[in-house]
Design a protein around this ligand. Structure first.
Ligand SMILES: Nc1nc2c(ncn2[C@@H]2O[C@H](COP(=O)(O)OP(=O)(O)OP(=O)(O)O)[C@@H](O)[C@H]2O)c(=O)[nH]1
Ligand SMILES: [Mg+2]
Length: 467
């Protein structure tokens, strides 16, 4: 038996022989044990992760022989026991046009009957619906989430059918990241809803991929493990199917779409997985009906001319899909989701927030350094904005003052003009009044003269008559 001893310089928190560290984890100051914390920072501001193991790159590893049984060869068993106790989570996203057989295939894959309602063809936009189920096989518990794309391909403008799907996938990554960034994390009990496998249902047209398929797969290939499958493969003849598969493979290649490849790095599975990779996309048939074949009831679709048995390898690739998706590579898909797709998402988000591993001088930068720098930058920015706002405010007040003065001046001018007009008018009225009074006096004078004349002429007339 051989053991590996790691020579490491004394750490500020652990003894010379204290706490080995997994990749991406750091030793806890209190316990000296490994803490998987991407955000954990040393308590002292002068200490950075890089200072902890300065000679890590020059580690010398010696191989030692054990002289007797120690017992850590039970580690894999411990792992199995723990995982079995915790149960597993697996999340499948089914993308396919309405009525493409998504729900039927899920029922067929897990040999049960999940809840599903046929979707109408009239939805104005694609909606994602998820259902979670607890399944158990022997003593292994599986929390399975099936996500369905309701209304996919039913809109006249299919250009942004992928948007709702991309948003959903990102939202699940974001939820996980938020949990990971919490001070008090509970990742062990957290319900991980990140999509582990995306079954892309290709319409069995026999022609090739539709543009909606190409656009959607291209948008998703860096976010999720895409497994393309030809749906309702019983509706297409054997020779057409071979050509159809070739055409799809060619189109996927030409458009540089990265579909999920079953892993070939494990010697035991390398041959089978390489063979299966070459047979993608699987042509599948689903059914909820059972037919008696010999003395067994099997899932099948019955037609007037014969029966298509779902699990018969000469009828379709259903068993290959089930073997690859559930029985052989489920754990790999979970791993790839976490290590590749989620890492990419996390990296992008943290970079957008301004975090980086390497500074301008090509030196490693700790999370704490970046945080401090960001805080200073933020404060400076805040100060700058405050100054800017103050200046703008003073400028505005001055502008308003000048504006008000102008208005006041204008009003005074108007007042003066009105006053002058009023004086002129008054003068005119007084002149008019005087003229009227003069005319009246003249009139009265004339009236008096006329009446005096009339009286004298009357007196003269009377005197003559008497004579
Ligand atoms: N020929 C054929 N028909 C199938 C197959 N799988 C499902 N169907 C039939 O297709 C119809 C629609 O199946 P569903 O499983 O409800 O399809 P779906 O994609 O879930 O539909 P929505 O949820 O409404 O979008 C049903 O009548 C199924 O019996 C298949 O492999 N071959
Ligand atoms: Mg359905």
């Amino acid at each position: 038996m051989a053991a590996v001893a790691v020579e490491r310089p004394p750490s500020p928190y652990c003894g010379a022989e204290g706490g080995g560290s997994r990749e991406g984890s750091v030793p806890s100051p209190s316990s000296g044990q490994s803490v998987a914390s991407p955000l954990f920072t040393p308590p002292s501001p002068d200490l950075h992760l890089g200072d902890w193991y300065p000679a890590q790159a020059e580690e010398k590893v010696r191989t030692l022989k054990l002289s007797g049984h120690v017992g850590f060869d039970s580690l894999p068993d411990q792992l199995v026991a723990k995982s079995t106790q915790n149960g597993f989570t697996f999340n499948i996203l089914c993308i396919g046009e309405t009525g493409m057989g998504k729900s039927t295939l899920m029922d067929t894959l897990f040999n049960t009957s999940f809840e599903s309602n046929p979707a109408p063809h009239t939805l104005p936009a694609v909606k994602l619906k998820s259902h979670t189920y607890e399944l158990q096989e022997s003593n292994v518990k599986l929390k399975l989430t099936i996500v369905d794309t309701v209304g996919y391909g039913d809109q006249i403008n299919k250009g942004d059918s992928f948007t709702a799907i991309v948003d959903y996938i990102d939202k699940q990554f974001d939820d996980y990241l938020q949990e990971e960034l919490k001070i008090k994390r509970s990742l062990s009990s957290y319900h991980d809803t990140r999509i582990h496998a995306c079954l892309y249902f290709i319409c069995p047209t026999g022609h090739g991929l539709k543009s909606i398929d190409l656009v959607c797969m291209k948008k998703l290939d860096s976010k999720v493990n895409i497994i393309p499958i030809i749906a309702k493969a019983d509706t297409i003849s054997k020779s057409e199917l071979t050509k159809f598969k070739q055409r799809i493979t060619q189109e996927i290649k030409t458009n540089n779409i990265h579909i999920y490849q079953f892993p070939t790095n494990d010697d035991t599975m390398a041959k089978v997985n390489t063979d299966m990779n070459s047979q993608l996309p699987f042509a599948v048939v689903g059914s909820t009906d059972f037919v008696r074949v010999g003395n067994k009831m099997v899932r099948a679709r019955q037609y007037p001319w014969g029966t298509v048995q779902v699990e018969n390898e000469s009828h379709c690739d259903f068993t290959k899909l089930r073997e690859m998706l559930i029985r052989t590579n489920m754990e790999d898909m979970r791993e790839v989701t976490h290590q590749r797709h989620y890492e990419l998402y996390r990296k992008k988000i943290l970079e957008t927030m301004g975090f980086t591993d390497i500074g301008e001088d090509n030196q490693p930068v700790s999370f704490q350094q970046t945080f401090e720098q960001k805080r200073v930058e933020h404060r400076e920015e805040l100060q700058r904005k405050e100054d800017e706002m103050r200046q703008t405010f003073v400028l505005r007040v001055k502008e308003k003052e000048t504006e008000l003065k102008e208005v006041e001046k204008e009003l005074l001018n108007k007042y003066d003009a009105r006053k002058r007009e009023h004086v002129d008018e008054k003068k005119r009225y007084e002149e008019l009044k005087k003229r009227l009074e003069d005319e009246r006096a003249e009139f009265m004078k004339r009236k008096h003269q006329v009446s005096t004349q009339q009286l004298s002429s009357h007196t003269m007339t009377l005197g003559k008559k008497k004579k």
